[in-house]
Design a protein around this ligand. Structure first.
Ligand code: BTN
Length: 229
């Protein structure tokens, strides 16, 4: 692993950069006691990047960073919304695929790995964000495909994150719901077909099969339409 260098503060966040690292999430999970609240580690290369459900997250020259929080926020809602707001501000009409993937034109543009550490109480949460710079056809992924400066993009995400942290959940949950692509879509959940009927004010997904509605708080769903591409 290369040396981790402090770069600057963005509001109350502390930005560090490393050229190459195994995984920015793993590093912060293992070292959260040594770094202050709101530390961001931004890497050029991850050699052991991790996705949700123990998947490998391949990244090459992508926008990859993790943020350490020692307080507990509604990160499952805030993180995707902060990224969507940042992308919209640079002309990319990105949407959320519940719970926290970011899609563009039915293809995945960004994935998030949100991990919390508890002992007797909440100790830390690490929000890992990977935004594709270029298309990844092998995994149906799409890239930003624009020459956006890394630090500028991270700064935009952090500014929006900061606004949302300081706002009330009730003020932004509708924006999260309205920016989701899953409503009315046919999906596969736990090997069964469902239709998404809505998202609750808590951010839970409502899915229907045979006139029975289920509410799920967090899990993986696959949109059938996106699987055809
Ligand atoms: C997913 O869609 O499965 C989540 C992907 C999360 C990738 C990011 S890249 C920065 C951070 N470090 C990791 O090892 N993973 C996250």
């Amino acid at each position: 692993m290369d040396e981790i260098k402090y770069l600057c503060d963005i509001l109350d966040f502390h930005l560090y950069h490393v050229r190459s690292i195994g995984s920015t999430n793993t590093f912060l999970k293992e070292n959260y006691t040594k770094y202050p609240d709101r530390t961001i580690i931004w890497a050029d290369i991850q050699t052991n990047g991790r996705g949700r459900y123990n998947r490998v997250w391949e990244s090459n020259d992508d926008y990859i960073f993790s943020i350490l929080f020692k307080e507990n926020y509604s990160n499952e809602i805030i993180a995707p919304l902060a990224v969507v707001r940042a992308l919209k501000s640079i002309g990319i009409d990105a949407k959320i695929k519940w719970p926290n993937d970011i899609y563009l034109n039915n293809k995945k543009l960004c994935g998030m790995l949100i991990e919390s550490i508890y002992s007797s109480k909440h100790e830390a949460t690490i929000v890992g964000i990977g935004i594709n710079k270029n298309d990844k056809p092998e995994v149906n992924g799409i890239g930003i495909n624009k020459d956006i400066d890394y630090k500028d993009l991270i700064t935009k995400v952090i500014n929006n994150y900061n606004d949302l942290i300081n706002d009330n959940f009730d003020n932004y949950i509708d924006e999260y719901i309205d920016n989701n692509i899953v409503i009315n879509k046919e999906i596969i959940y736990q090997n069964d077909d469902y239709i998404v009927t809505g998202i609750t004010k808590k951010g839970h997904l409502l899915i229907k099969k045979d006139d029975i509605i289920k509410e799920i708080s967090s899990d993986e769903i696959n949109i059938k339409e996106a699987m055809k591409n």
